[in-house]
Design a protein around this ligand. Structure first.
Ligand code: CTP
Length: 408
């Protein structure tokens, strides 16, 4: 989902979780959204106005009365694409449910037709109180999106339900709210399916300091994991990259080709779909030194030497052991003879689909946010996807997987 240019009002109320709204604000701004923060009087007791003013796209608003415009609530409410309240206290839920608009945030909530995402956070006793639950029910019945609190440690050392939802889940709910107004809510066509995706380039150690790796950023694999999760799949992402995980995805971090194989193989039989987007190293050093090697240990004069051995191509094993009905997808990053090489790999590794890209072309593949691919399927159908963002490529890949499953 592209948040660039979307106008988001971020309401912050007076709970200890107000500090986590800073992270929500930062993520939205990083994604290109225009964030207008509103703080209640209570929120100001927990976090500084300056923090939000510095991070957001415009200075924080705190009052119905101190802006140049006499009606800030209608400016904010009418101009928003979406309003999110994080954290939302029991007081805010009550005021919003009853229309008691005595401060800028509640007045803005009443003055908008935009979707509203409310993220409550409070102590378990308050969360479970019938008045709070009744207010939530009222808001829900009016179409307000509620992101429920999580279980965990609360202020004062208590443990229970009431923690503000994870910032990643809050941003995902905002994205879904925006997709629903754009009419682009993704199909939930992968509900109940187990999907495993690998991402990133493996790192093969030479010694404790040096590695051999490649230029894969993992972005395409992450986009495929995010798309599969948004369409309802249970997604496991086996990754070499320390990147923020898509919401709801189980992440297994690995380093080398051998680690990735050890993580993937035991899970493989239970998967409905496996997408091997990772750039697995084809070679690794024969010996991994347990101490940092000195320069001259690579060869005292002339070229340095590192003896390499092939890694195991476990995509071949996945192809050999593929259970009936499973869809197995490989990637082929090529610089020449893209289609010929891709078709060769598809046949050799017993794949259902291969995503081939010409990494020599501008804006394509490694380290870019865009990609251009040919989807080569075992049925002989090739589908060109012209240069676009990696999430759109992911959508095409998942669409192709859905068609292959339907034809199985
Ligand atoms: N792959 C794998 N294990 C390896 C190497 C590759 O599982 N040791 C997978 C990759 O994840 C990718 C596919 O195989 O999905 C193709 O990888 P690639 O390196 O392009 O293919 P190779 O068969 O190694 O061919 P090349 O000679 O082009 O390197």
């Amino acid at each position: 989902m592209n948040l660039a240019g979307r106008r988001i009002v971020l309401g912050v109320t007076g709970g200890i979780a107000a500090y986590k709204a800073i992270e929500v604000c930062r993520r939205l701004v990083d994604a290109g959204a225009h964030v207008s923060p509103i703080m209640t009087e209570g929120a100001k007791r927990f976090v500084g106005e300056t923090t939000f003013s510095a991070l957001a796209s415009e200075p924080v608003q705190t009052s119905l009365w101190d802006e140049e415009s006499p009606i800030p609530h209608t400016r904010l409410g009418q101009g928003a694409d979406v309003i999110v309240v994080a954290p939302a206290t029991a007081r805010l839920l009550s005021a919003y449910a009853s229309g008691y608009s005595d401060d800028l945030l509640t007045a803005t909530l009443i003055a908008t037709r935009a979707p509203v995402v409310v993220c409550p956070a409070m102590h378990t006793e308050m969360w479970e109180h019938p008045s709070v639950q009744a207010n939530l029910e009222t808001l829900r019945s009016r179409g307000v999106i509620i992101v429920p609190p999580a279980e965990g440690r609360l202020a004062g050392g208590d443990v229970g339900t009431g923690r503000l939802a994870d910032p990643g889940d809050i941003v995902a709910a905002i994205e879904r709210a925006l997709l629903s107004i754009d009419g682009e809510l993704p199909d939930r066509d992968l509900v109940g399916l187990d999907v495993l995706v690998t991402a990133g380039g493996t790192r093969e150690a030479i010694d404790p300091v040096r590695v051999i790796t490649n230029r894969s950023s993992g972005k395409q694999g992450y986009a495929i994991a995010a798309e599969a999760a948004a369409r309802g799949a249970n997604v496991t992402l086996v990754t070499t990259v320390d990147r923020e995980a898509p919401s709801g995805v189980t992440v297994i971090e690995v380093v080398s080709a051998a680690d990735m194989e050890a993580a993937v193989m035991p899970l493989s039989a239970a998967q409905d779909v496996i997408v091997m987007a990772a750039a697995v190293a084809d070679f690794r050093p024969v010996v991994v030194a347990d101490r940092k090697l000195k320069k001259d240990e690579f060869g005292s004069d002339g070229p340095a030497r590192i003896l390499l051995e092939p890694t195991h191509d476990f995509l071949v094993d996945l192809g050999t052991r593929k259970p009936a009905g499973q869809v197995l997808v490989g990637f082929a990053a090529e610089t020449d003879n893209v289609l010929g090489n891709a078709r060769g790999k598809l046949a050799r590794k017993n794949l259902d689909l291969i995503v081939a890209n010409d990494v020599g072309a501008p804006g394509v593949g490694f380290e870019h946010d865009t990609n251009e691919v040919v989807l080569v399927s075992a049925t002989g159908m090739d589908h060109n996807v012209p240069l676009t963002d990696k999430r759109s490529i992911a959508r095409h890949v998942i669409d192709a997987i859905v068609s292959i499953r339907a034809a199985h």
